[in-house]
Design a protein around this ligand. Structure first.
Ligand SMILES: N[C@@H](CCC(=O)N[C@@H](CS)C(=O)NCC(=O)O)C(=O)O
Length: 228
């Protein structure tokens, strides 16, 4: 059976959404990143990047949420737009936009807003600005269309949903007012039974809740190093 390595954070949760939507049977393997499970040798052999999510599907191993969504969509033929060259171009463009822009900038915006041990106004401003810019692009895209690519719900919507659910955590409680169309899509997806199951998956396991020195030691290894 497909093995899914996860915790309750945004990147694994979008993969959980796909697995639940597609009805694919899977074994859930918790990786407690606040306890350092991501660096254990058995998991490092699956994901050398030391992050979640990853999957092992028979003799196929895939890490990175975006790669996994694409792999699973191609493997099952589900949640892809119509297969025309033009739509494929859009699919790849928007998938990579989420993978290389929305995801990383969202992560850094959350980091410098909530987790940075020192206040760094320049970094905070840069990542808030870039997060806002990326969600603004998605919002404009969604102003005239129901889904990000094609006419149907696809992996690109799932990909964006993973982080977009956390817009208020990322940019403040009133941030949704700036992105009404993204909010509409997030609300539509979150109302799906598969999304409720994906979000609830983390509750079947007890993950370390505290972001204490142990957790920071595992997740923010740069703290132990001073670069020139
Ligand atoms: N590009 C990767 C990023 C994965 C990632 O940053 N995962 C976070 C959780 S959302 C993680 O594992 N953090 C633990 C750590 O940094 O040690 C993906 O989309 O899967």
């Amino acid at each position: 059976m497909l093995k899914f390595y996860f915790n309750g954070s945004p990147n694994p949760t979008k993969v959980a959404l796909f697995l639940e939507e597609a009805g694919l049977p899977y074994e859930a393997h918790p990786i407690d990143t606040r306890k350092g499970d991501q660096f254990k040798p058995a998991y490092a052999a699956i994901n050398p990047n030391g992050k979640v999510p990853a999957i092992v599907d028979g003799d196929v191993t895939v890490f990175d949420s975006n790669a996994i969504l694409f792999y699973l969509a191609e493997r099952t033929g589900k949640f892809l737009p119509a297969n025309t060259p033009a739509t494929r171009g859009e699919l790849l463009s928007w998938l990579m936009f989420v993978a290389t822009g929305v995801g990383p900038f969202s992560g850094q915006a959350v980091h410098f807003r909530h987790h940075s041990p020192e206040k760094v106004p320049y970094a905070h401003n840069r990542y808030q600005y870039e997060a806002e810019r990326h969600y603004g692009i998605l919002d404009t895209r969604l102003a005239k269309r129901r889904y990000i690519v094609g006419d149907t719900y696809t992996i690109v919507d799932m990909d964006a949903w993973g982080w977009a659910r956390l817009v208020p955590l990322m940019m403040g409680d009133d941030a949704w007012a700036k992105f009404p169309n993204v909010k509409r899509l997030v609300d539509e997806i979150s109302a799906r039974p598969a999304a409720a199951r994906a979000v609830a998956l983390k509750d079947r396991h007890t993950f370390k809740a505290e972001m204490d020195d142990e957790a920071r030691g595992h997740m923010f290894k740069h703290l132990a190093r001073k670069v020139a």
